[in-house]
Design a protein. Structure first.
Length: 150
């Protein structure tokens, strides 16, 4: 199931199952808004507060669906504080696999719950932004938003 909301960064599709959020992704050409629920309304509300710089953490039940390695990476991303950044190598070290930088990058690339699982806080070791599913412009804006509202 899913619901679509217009946000400050475009249309976001919020996927859910069994009272858990399973995905947040950007959609451009979708014909319907899906089925909105109190849970998806809460997610949308918390995202809007985040985009306004009023929210630093989310109180949303999520269910991570992926490989064990991906879930390990995504759970580590949840530990990166608001306004802070980590490198792919930092995450690889934290999960006990220091040579897995590229695999960490791929797990980031496949992060199903954008923004709430903050893969935008992960950058290259040289300080460059790296990639982001919502585009580098949005990644840069999210990092600037967090830096301004620490």
């Amino acid at each position: 199931m899913y619901a679509v909301y217009n946000t400050k960064i475009g249309k976001l599709k919020i996927s859910y199952a069994d009272n858990f959020i399973t995905g947040i992704s950007k959609v451009d050409d979708i014909q319907d808004n899906g089925i909105r629920t109190s849970l998806t309304d809460k997610v949308n509300s918390e995202l809007e507060e985040y985009f306004e710089g009023k929210r630093k953490s989310f109180d949303i039940p999520i269910k991570l669906i992926g490989t064990e390695f991906q879930k390990k990476v995504w759970n580590e991303l949840l530990k990166i504080p608001y306004g802070k950044k980590a490198s792919y190598k930092d995450i690889a070290i934290r999960i006990g696999n220091p040579k897995a930088c590229r695999a960490v990058g791929m797990a980031n690339h496949n992060n199903p719950i954008l923004i709430i699982v903050p893969c935008h806080r992960v950058i290259n070791g040289n300080g460059q932004l790296g990639g982001y599913a919502l585009g580098l412009d949005i990644k840069k804006k999210l990092l600037e938003l967090e830096k301004e509202n620490i």
